[in-house]
Each structure stands twice: as C-alpha cells, then as structure tokens.
Design a binder for this molecule. Structure first.
Ligand code: ARG
Length: 448
C-alpha cells in the first residue's frame, strides 16, 4: 500500500493513526468523480505543457479504463489505502507506469476532494430531482382521481372545515415543488473549479483551467483558492434541502399512518407495503411509513453534524472536513430510498369513502360556513361567531342535530337561520364550493 506522501517521514505511521485517519471505506463512492476530475486535470496539464501528447494519451487511456470498470461494476477497491484518491493514483501507476507520476502535478487532495464531492452532489441531486418529479406525478394522479372526494380538514388535529382531497394532495405537490426549486438553487450555486492547489493556487495560468468537462458543465479557475479548499457550503445546503424533503415525506407518512388507523379509517394501505407482528397475529403495521418518519432524525442529524464540524474551523482545509462524506452520502441514500418507497406505496392506497362520509356528517365542520352565511346577511363577524358558538354549544350539550332543529328553535339563536337554510349549509360539497379565494381551484390542470 503506497502513500501520496512520506518523503519527510522516517517512521512508519502508527497503525492506530493509519486506521483512524483512513476514509477509503466510505469515500470509495467518489471513485467515478475522481476519475472525471483527473481526466479534466490531465487536459489542463497538457495545455500547460506539463504533459506530452504521449503521456496524456497514456494517462487518459488508464483513467478511462478505470472509469469503465467502475461503470461495469468490476472495480475493486483495496480498503487498506488511505483514501480513494491515493488508491486511484496507485492503480494508474500500475496501469500506465511512470506517466502516472505526473498526474498529481499542481494538484492537492484538498482541491481534488472538493471537486469530486461537487460532482457527486450534482449527479445525486439530479437523481433526487427525477424521483421528486416521479412522486409529484403520483400525487397529481391521486388528486385528479379524487377530484370530488371531500375530507374533513384538521387544524390542531381537530375537525376544522371540509376540503377536497384534491387540495389535500395538492398541498404536498406544492411542498415537493418547492423542494425541486430548492435543489435546483443549490445546483445553481455550485462552481466547478480547479487550480486552488493545496490553498494558494498553482503555477498554471488561470486561462488553462477553462475547459469543458461533460457535455453540460465547464470548469474554470477559482475566484479564490483559499475559499475553494475550505468551502463546504454546498454540502450544508444540500443536507438542508434533503432535510426539508425528509420533513415533507415524514408529514405525508404521518398523515397516511393516522388515516390508516381504526380510529380514522380513511384509507387502507396495501398489505404488500405493511409488515406484521411476531406476537399479535392480527397486526398489519405501516412500518415503511414509520421509517420514513423516523429517518428524519438521521437527516437532521447529518445536517447538524456537518454544520457543527465546520463551525470554528480555521481557514483553510482541515482534516475535519473529511467527515462531511458519511452524512452527505447517508442523506442522499435515505432520501432516494424514501422517494422510491413513496412512489410505489401511494398508488396502492384505497380510500374508505364510507368512513370519510361518516366523519363529514359532523355538523361542527360547518360552523364557519354558518357564520359566513350570517355575515352575508349583514351580521358583524364577531357577532356571527358568538351566535354560532352558542348554537354549537347547545348542540353539543343536548346532543341535538342542528339539521333537525325546527325554525322556532333556530330563531332563538338568530332570526336569520331556518331549517332549510342550515340544511343547505351543512353539506360537504357545498362547503368546498363556497370557497372562492384559491386561484384556479376548479382547474384540474393546476397540478398538470
Ligand atoms: N480524505 C480527505 C478528505 O476527504 C482528502 C483530503 C486529504 N488532504 C490532506 N491534506 N490530508 O477531506
């Protein structure tokens, strides 16, 4: 196992330190991006006159062969190396001989790891974006398939007012659409640069760093070399965006868990997405949704650990920064899996319309609609609120249904309410129809 340093050392590294400082067991996930970065770096070295065409070709062939083996899945990593950068350098030396000894010219692992991590983030963010739009599509489909279904909306987890299921799922579409924009903003903020070296820049002219890397991204020289090797804002921004996505998925999971309880009984989750109990034979538990809810703690923890790790680090690069990888990889993995599970689970929920309709019969859900009716008849809202409050209190105390109250009885609260009027108001669909403030509410294409 060779190192990328060691000339000045007489002693062998203490085996505990060797083990403690090693990162290859997790940063091997950067292998592909390390090769892409090296391909760009040798192009710069050739332009700068540090590599002959022959040396360049040899190195290019060697790096592309490694890339190929990564893509084919035959790439094997020797975990005894310090990190993935060292391992790939060593592999190249074995593959192409002395030309590989020039690969690290004007480069430090400090700028190399920053570039690799940015490339990793770009690739994985676009995977997450694809999955997010997959889930948005599922939610839109659910919304459209349930255009006319009304449910009780809750505030404080207490019956509030009727809303359409369309608007309920539309809320998650809005949340996830913000997540898409948030992730795109993070991507927009990432600058792919090379030439920071260890901290002070390199002897290569800035113009030589202007190269195309992949069809859609170009590299340039850094505006500031010190910042380039000490910046992990992009990791923190991504971990923050992933935490927010996790929070949204957790709320959706929690709603589905609640709705699937016997007490709510609004939905049935397909048993292929549930698990059983080792002791209670009757159980069908929503464990997948619970883990989506539970993983939020890990996502927040990952964000916190990098925020705290970065706080107070003196400029510029410090080895502490190696500890950004596991949280970053972990959060991407969690979010990608959660999105996949949600996309598969949602089309497999069934609505138990009878139970929903039963809940919609709760007359308290229409109290605001009754107050709104009085306001339309000229009553001040505060008075209307008090009148309906008294009517509701009476109903709750006596157990009498408002719909069954006579004109006489209703008159004792207000002369404006009659039995015919309250029957018209206490109707879930009429209640939903009466709300006019939401733009494009009736437009099915709102979430197209
Ligand atoms: N494994 C290190 C990291 O992830 C790579 C950079 C090491 N640089 C150094 N000068 N020791 O941050």
């Amino acid at each position: 196992m060779s190192k990328m340093w060691g000339g000045r050392f007489k002693k062998k590294t203490n085996s505990l330190v060797e083990e403690f400082t090693r990162s290859i067991h997790f940063d091997k996930r950067l292998a592909e991006y390390d090769c892409l970065g090296s391909l760009a770096h040798i192009a710069v070295l050739k332009k700068a006159g540090f590599l002959s065409s022959r040396e360049y070709k040899k190195l290019e062939g060697g790096i592309k062969a490694i890339l190929d083996s990564i893509k084919k899945g035959s790439f094997k990593v020797d975990d005894s190396f310090e990190d993935i950068h060292t391992y790939i350098q060593d592999l190249l030396e074995k593959k192409v001989g002395r030309a590989a000894l020039k690969l690290h010219t004007s480069r430090s692992r400090n700028d190399q790891v920053a570039l690799d991590t940015k490339l990793y983030c770009m690739k994985n963010t676009s995977t997450a974006l694809g999955l997010l739009s997959g889930l948005i599509k599922e939610l839109v489909r659910l919304a459209r398939n349930n255009l006319t279904q009304v449910i009780p909306a809750y505030t404080h987890l207490q019956h509030a007012m009727p809303v359409s299921l369309y608007d309920y799922f539309g809320a998650y579409v809005e949340m996830l659409s913000r997540d898409v924009r948030r992730l795109k903003n993070v991507l927009d903020n990432i600058r792919l640069v090379m030439g920071a070296g260890a901290v002070a820049g390199t002897v290569i002219d800035a113009s030589k760093y202007n190269i195309k890397m992949m069809p859609s991204c170009s590299l340039s020289s850094p505006v500031n070399s010190v910042d380039t090797v000490s910046d992990r804002d992009f990791v923190i921004e991504i971990l923050s965006a992933l935490s927010i996505i996790g929070m949204h998925l957790s709320r959706l999971a929690e709603d589905m868990i609640l709705w699937s309880t016997k007490e709510f009984g609004f939905i049935e989750i397909d048993e292929a997405f549930c698990t059983g109990s080792s002791l209670m034979p009757q159980k069908k538990n929503p464990d997948a949704l619970e883990l989506i809810r539970g993983n939020t703690g890990r996502l927040y923890g990952n964000l916190m650990s990098v925020l705290v790790m970065m706080k107070g680090l003196p400029l510029s690069y410090n080895r502490d920064m190696q500890l950004d990888k596991e949280p970053l990889f972990g959060s991407f993995e969690i979010i990608q899996k959660e999105l996949e599970v949600m996309i598969a689970l949602l089309p497999n929920i069934k609505f138990k319309r009878e139970n929903i309709e039963k809940e919609l019969q709760d007359e308290c859900l229409y109290a605001t609609d009754m107050a709104d009716y009085l306001v339309q008849k000229g009553v001040a809202f505060k008075d209307a609120h008090a009148i309906i409050g008294k009517l509701v209190a009476y109903k709750l105390k006596t157990g009498k249904e408002i719909k069954k109250m006579s004109d006489e009885m209703l008159k004792s609260f207000t002369p404006l309410l009659t039995n015919r009027v309250v029957r018209g108001i206490i109707n879930p669909r009429a209640s939903v129809r009466s709300k006019k403030s939401v733009k494009g509410k009736k437009g099915v294409s709102r979430y197209a």
